[in-house]
Design a protein around this ligand. Structure first.
Ligand SMILES: Nc1nc2c(c(=O)[nH]1)N[C@H]1C(S)=C(S)[C@@H](COP(=O)(O)OP(=O)(O)OC[C@H]3O[C@@H](n4cnc5c(=O)[nH]c(N)nc54)[C@H](O)[C@@H]3O)O[C@H]1N2
Ligand SMILES: Nc1nc2c(c(=O)[nH]1)N[C@H]1C(S)=C(S)[C@@H](COP(=O)(O)OP(=O)(O)OC[C@H]3O[C@@H](n4cnc5c(=O)[nH]c(N)nc54)[C@H](O)[C@@H]3O)O[C@H]1N2
Ligand SMILES: [Mo]
Length: 762
């Protein structure tokens, strides 16, 4: 017998024997299933499960003063659940009483697992709110700069995602698809909550077959695959804003821009044009100027601007461009260029933000909300922009700017994390390791002995999606999935919900937290909520019992989803005003200008990133390190699985570099190399490829962080070397892509990788 289950990377068919999973198979309704989830039952993963509550030995013996260097170095003592829950509840009570709820950091960023109810972040936030609140985070690592910027200019990032022109329209109408950072199908393997119908590889092939021409402007060629030839224009990382400005300069000086669209649908072009022409700063943003910054020949820039103006063009920008210092600028300038081209709102033209990062963009299915666990109200006002965690831990009381306001960092005594892996996701992990020693207690709910679990004081073992029932629901996806229990949890692992219910009971908040519902009652409640939201966009879903019986419901809309981004707005901008201050797209933003930020003025500008190949530091560290998303896993999830391991080189995360850079350093394919700069170093396995432009190296994220006693990271985690600075004072976003390194052959003895070892358990 088979049933279905949902994971971030897809729906899978679960083959059962005696009601328990024996194998996972691709979902037959998925045109391009992802292999990642097929390995979720691998013994290599099961071996690394947390099976019993575990307490760091020193903590159990009373070492709670903070400023400890022992986290991550000491053995854990396994205890029974009652003891563990009493200890966690007691510590929460103590910290609340002595320092207030604003001393608890519960931001708990992370992807966790698919399934609407057991979504770990929602669970931990709801729990912490039920006991008086916590210091939260805002925004995401994914979209720090863009998420803060875009509401001032266009719409919220959620709205932008919901309105993307669907692929069937692009297939019919788009004739030139220009992408900054490709349309990486490896990334579209996933969507938050599940990519159920993988549509990107097929859509790109069909677009190419129907005559759409693709140009990939990227430091790497292989982030686009259309099944046909396309033009690759290599660009120096971090310089896209200069290119976009020069394209705009050509449009304006040759009269190829769209004055009618600019006048009807945008505001502030008149304030921006003098900058473009160099009237305000003495530097016209010409192709020759941009050529020196981007490495792209000036003639190619000029010709490209003319082609874009003459053709039905979609300009697509990848999210990694804004995960960088001044990451607001490429997004703002791409939007501005799309306005100058005047094709926004036309079929197959305009802007994508972006096709590729997840399976969501380009979906023909309508967007509807609902089916999310309420997080209750958080009375604590302190927060951080998500990537400022080290700053917060290092500098309690210090002020920071965010989105026009001024705020200060809370003084954190207790960290509670459920569903994320900061010792994968944060930049400059050596610096985070030091700051991580400051709080008095760190509690982590985890399924696996991840680097973060190993650096906790208290680890509570959690079930996986296969071990609990849930609701598979994902924005603009093809199905709603009933996810039954198909596997027994190892040892004593419990659902996050069971853990938080038990803690809430100890802290007098059980009724608030559970509302008297068990898991099945919550599923029914969330499903019914989703059903109401679906009906609003013309989707009829059956009642819960019929749904659960059926196992999967294909979403069929009476009305088609949003097909052409901003079509209505273009037709009648007055009747369909945007929720920006002017109601139009803002090329100049009075509001942002009013914030008075030197690193984010009122219109898009070129500013040199703190690290890039044009910086003085490139003399010492001459390679720009891109840390992109891994194709064989989601972040650090399932890194020990055979699928992820099969992609390693010499057991380490591969780092790609160009034949010229490899030869200059005596590096051959398959060599172990050291990637380093002033901040740190890691070992990786070399891949020499002409798909990467000289001067650039690529080391995907997510190899479990594994620093040795001498500080050398042994497994190839790029966050051993990345830079932890904000994109700007507007967004405080993550700048992971802004990073210079040097790479050398590793000649020393090869250290063993310990990331996938269990900690010592007493
Ligand atoms: N250098 C560099 N760094 C980056 C990026 C980059 O481009 N470059 N990208 C950034 C981006 S965009 C992101 S989104 C982040 C991602 O960073 P994270 O979201 O933190 O990464 P994951 O590996 O998905 O971590 C999820 C963790 O949750 C655990 N988990 C799964 N399900 C459950 C559950 O039900 N309950 C509990 N309690 N735990 C569960 C998993 O075992 C895993 O350890 O990384 C960021 N880091
Ligand atoms: N398989 C898999 N898929 C994922 C994830 C995963 O972990 N695994 N993570 C998901 C998450 S949370 C997110 S946020 C998205 C992120 O999606 P993105 O941010 O779009 O993805 P990246 O892989 O970081 O980068 C995509 C491409 O951008 C190019 N690029 C980098 N810097 C520059 C630049 O300065 N200029 C130009 N023109 N190009 C540049 C890189 O060469 C890279 O190939 O991916 C999602 N998809
Ligand atoms: Mo992300």
């Amino acid at each position: 017998m088979t049933v279905l289950t949902a994971m971030h990377w897809g729906v899978y068919e679960v083959e059962l024997e005696a009601g328990r999973a024996v194998a996972l198979r691709p979902f037959r309704e998925d045109p391009d299933p992802s292999p990642i989830g097929l390995f979720a039952l691998a013994p290599e993963l099961e071996r690394l499960r947390v099976t019993r509550p575990a307490i760091r030995k020193g903590w159990l013996e009373g070492d709670r003063g903070g400023h400890t260097t022992r986290r991550g170095t000491e053995p854990f003592v396994q205890v029974d659940w009652e003891t563990a829950l009493d200890l966690v509840a007691g510590e929460l009570r103590r910290v609340k009483a002595q320092h207030g709820n604003q001393a608890i950091f519960g931001g708990s960023y992370g992807w966790a697992s698919a399934g609407r109810f057991h979504h770990a972040q929602s669970q931990v936030h709801r729990f912490l709110n039920s006991i008086g609140g916590y210091v939260r985070h805002v925004d995401s690592y994914s979209l720090g700069a863009a998420r803060t910027l875009l509401p001032h200019l266009l719409a919220t990032m959620e709205e932008v995602q919901a309105m993307h022109t669907s692929f069937p329209v692009l297939e019919e109408h788009c004739r030139l698809f220009v992408c900054l950072g490709g349309v990486p199908a490896k990334n579209a393997q996933i969507s938050a909550g599940g990519a159920f119908e993988h549509r990107v590889p097929g859509a790109l092939r069909r677009m190419a077959q129907k005559g759409c021409r693709f140009i990939n402007i990227s430091p790497t060629r292989d982030d686009l695959d259309t099944g046909a030839d396309f033009e690759w224009i290599p660009i120096r990382p971090g310089s896209d804003t200069a290119l976009l400005l020069a394209l705009g300069h050509v449009l304006l000086t040759e009269g190829l821009h769209a004055p009618d669209f600019l006048a009807r649908c945008t505001t502030g072009f008149d304030r921006f044009a003098p900058y473009l022409l160099g009237e305000t700063d003495g530097q016209p943003k010409t192709p020759a100027w941009a050529s020196a910054l981007t490495g792209i020949p000036a003639e190619r820039i000029t010709a490209l601007a003319r082609e874009m103006a003459a053709t039905r063009t979609m300009l697509n920008i990848g999210w990694s461009l804004q995960r960088s210092h001044h990451g607001e600028q490429p997004f703002w300038m791409a939007l501005t260029l799309a306005c100058m081209l005047g094709q926004i709102g036309l079929p197959g033209g305009g802007i994508g933000m972006g096709y590729g990062p997840t399976n969501l963009m380009g979906s023909p299915h309508p967007y509807f909300g609902g089916a999310s666990l309420s997080q209750l109200r958080n009375p604590v006002k302190e927060f951080i922009p998500v990537a400022r965690i080290t700053d917060m831990l290092e500098k309690p009381g210090q002020t920071f700017r965010y989105n026009g306001g001024e705020h200060s960092y809370a003084d954190i005594r207790l960290i509670y994390w459920a569903g994320g892996n900061p010792f994968h996701h944060h930049q400059d992990l050596t610096r985070l390791s030091r700051a991580w020693g400051k709080p008095e207690t760190v509690v982590v709910n985890e399924q696996f002995w991840t680097p973060t679990a190993k650096r906790a004081d208290i680890v509570l073992p959690v079930t996986t999606t296969l071990e609990r029932e849930d609701l598979g629901f994902s924005r603009r996806e093809s199905h709603v999935i009933a996810m039954p229990v198909v596997k027994d949890p190892p040892g004593e692992a419990r659902d996050d919900y069971a853990i938080f219910s038990a803690l809430a009971a100890r802290l007098g908040a059980e009724a608030v937290f559970t509302e008297g519902r068990d898991t099945r009652a919550w599923l029914r409640h969330l499903y019914e909520d989703g059903r109401i939201q679906a009906a609003k966009v013309g989707i009829t879903l059956p009642g819960f019992d019929a749904f659960w019986q059926a196992g999967a419901i294909r979403i069929e809309a009476d009305r088609p989803g949003p097909q052409i981004m901003l079509e209505d707005f273009r037709a009648d901008p007055e009747a369909h005003r945007l929720r920006t201050p002017s109601g139009k797209i803002e090329i100049f933003s009075e509001r942002i200008a009013g914030f008075g930020l030197p690193d984010c003025p009122g219109h898009p500008v070129w500013m040199e990133p703190i690290e890039w190949l044009g910086a003085p530091a490139a003399k010492q560290f001459p390679l720009h390190l891109l840390s992109d998303q891994p194709d064989r896993r989601l972040h650090s999830q399932l890194d020990p699985s055979p699928h992820s391991q099969a992609g390693k080189v010499a057991g380490r995360q591969p780092v790609s570099l160009s034949p010229a850079d490899a030869a200059a350093r005596g590096i051959k394919d398959g060599d172990i190399v050291r990637v380093f700069n002033d901040r740190g170093s890691c070992l990786a396995g070399a891949i020499v490829t002409d798909a990467i432009t000289p001067g650039v190296a690529r080391l995907s994220t997510g190899a479990w962080y594994d620093p040795g006693p001498d500080g050398l990271e042994r497994h190839g985690n790029p966050n051993a070397v990345t830079l932890d600075v904000p994109a700007s004072e507007l967004s405080q976003g993550c700048s992971a892509q802004t990073c210079l390194v040097e790479i050398a052959r590793w000649e020393g003895p090869v250290p063993r990788i310990e990331a996938h070892d269990l900690p010592e358990l007493l």
